[in-house]
Design a protein around this ligand. Sequence first.
Ligand SMILES: [Zn+2]
Length: 110
Amino acid sequence: MRDKKTFSIAFPDISNLEVTIVESGKGISSKTNTRKYSHADITKTIKCANPDCRKGGFNIATILWRMASNQSASFSEIVNCSGFEGNPQTKRKRNPCLNTFQFSIELKYK
Ligand SMILES: [Zn+2]
């Protein structure tokens, strides 16, 4: 979904998309905690800002698919990062990443 064309192929019924994400946790400052996306620059996965996080972020494409199939116009939720902290080379137990993403999605349909 890196360009408008890809997005319109994936979501042919959606004419406009606005996503606002407020992340909190490690690696976040008040200047960088809010990200906004449109249908022109939305990505399938929202990356986690925690520098110690592995395989983090959350999959926003799944949520968009669900909204599109229900013709849902707006949705907001808080999700936890799906990643974990820890060095894969040590045998120490992995801790879940505690960063959270508070997102709101507004969709307009054709
Ligand atoms: Zn994370």
